[in-house]
Design a binder for this molecule. Structure first.
Ligand code: PLP
Length: 378
């Protein structure tokens, strides 16, 4: 996907437009052909392509390329990680605002799941975890995302890793939304497993990676050939892997630095007319704005903005179309605002005028809604 020229695309947390470098790498890999398991020259070239990509992605996230496998995306990477960490755990402790990729996978495994609450800003409650880990009667595996897809709230992963390891447990980190937006370093975070996805950084959809630490036990979700160290059998999608690596090389949190000021300027205008900015009190990704406008239905907000070619989403775009209120806002204690919340998220090609146009059109729409309400009441 490349964002239509006329559109103001502020939905990067759903998917980022493909970067030219990633597109070029994919086309070249497709043209080159070959199966990375074949022993002839074409196969060896394909293998070389996969291993170079592995080195690049591993380096991007401070992981060892010996312990990084390619997957079909963030969902699959988290599924392999959680299934693996469950092998030596009696209980899975999962952040309340995790993506469904983690929450639903955890709930599908055959061990008890405990939901770890967040505070009023969406930050994981460290005191709760510390108290919980004092009970040493069970072996724990913990899952905490680095940054939330709906609110952009950044979690204190490093502090959590220390607590979990001191209790003899293992930590899985979903870094899908963090990659390219803030620093992601597996070693620095002390994550036992960490999931990333290509399409959030300008690579193709359907590619991701799982990095894992030494001694972490993992098992494949299905059986087949020995690809990806036997952990993700099936012929590698070389074009997608090459595109992922090209995007990983190109993405840089520095390119998003200006977004936070543009986002905050838009947010201030919205706040001035009564909107609530979710997660504002916590450290957030520079590109993400979650805003709720009481009395203006999120689906209508999305449609109103769409009419002016501004692309944003309501709640989690991965599950857009679902009517259920956002579990993220509910966990924060803002469940009553969930039907009125939208998410705008910028990225490498977003401009200041994308954000100011969003605010302008949104304010116009909200003014119309509120004047209609006033007329109904009068
Ligand atoms: N984790 C988070 C935080 C996400 O935002 C998403 C997608 O939106 C995923 C996981 C799933 O990643 P993928 O679409 O690559 O399966």
């Amino acid at each position: 996907m490349s964002a239509p020229r006329t559109a103001r695309y502020l939905d990067y947390n759903a998917t980022a437009p493909i970067r030219p470098e990633a597109r070029a790498a994919m086309l070249s890999a497709l043209d080159a052909g070959g199966n990375a398991s074949s022993v002839h020259a074409l196969g060896r070239a394909a293998r070389d392509q996969v291993e170079k990509a592995r080195d690049i992605v591993a380096q991007r996230i401070g992981a060892s390329s010996q312990r990084l496998i390619f997957t079909s995306g963030g969902t699959e990477a988290s599924a392999i990680a959680l299934q693996g960490l469950a092998i030596d755990a009696d209980v899975l402790i999962v952040g309340a605002t995790e993506h469904d990729a983690v929450l639903k996978t955890a709930q599908s495994l055959k061990l008890p799941v405990e939901i770890w609450p967040v505070d009023a800003h969406g930050r994981a409650d460290l005191d709760w975890l510390e108290a919980r880990l004092k009970d040493s009667s069970s072996r724990v595996a913990v899952a905490l995302m680095l940054a939330n897809n709906e609110t952009g709230v950044i979690q204190p992963v490093r502090a959590v890793a220390d607590l979990v390891h001191a209790a003899g447990g293992r930590l899985h980190v979903d870094a899908v939304q963090a990659l390219g937006k803030i620093a992601v370093d597996v070693a620095e975070l002390r994550a036992d497993t960490l999931a990333v996805s290509a399409h959030k950084i300008g690579g193709p959809q359907g590619a991701g990676a799982l990095a894992y630490g030494e001694g972490v036990k993992l098992s494949p979700l299905w059986r087949g050939g020995g690809q990806e160290r036997g952990l993700r059998p099936g012929t590698e999608n070389i074009a997608a892997i090459a595109g992922f690596a090209a995007a990983a090389l190109a993405c840089d949190p520095a390119e998003l630095a200006p977004q936070s000021a543009w986002r905050d300027a838009a947010a201030d205008k919205m706040k001035a007319v009564g909107a609530v900015i979710v997660g504002e009190g916590a450290e957030r990704l520079p590109n993400t704005l979650c805003v709720a406008a009481p009395e203006w239905d999120s689906a209508r907000q999305v449609m109103w903005l769409d009419l002016s070619s501004v692309c944003i989403s309501s709640g989690s775009a991965c599950s857009s179309g679902k009517v259920a209120p956002s579990h993220v806002l509910t966990a924060i204690g803002l469940g009553s605002l969930a039907p009125y919340s939208i998410r705008a998220s910028g990225g490498y090609a977003s401009s200041e005028s994308d954000w100011s146009t969003l605010a302008e059109i949104w304010l116009d729409g909200y003014a119309r809604v509120m004047s209609r309400r006033r007329a109904e009441v009068a």
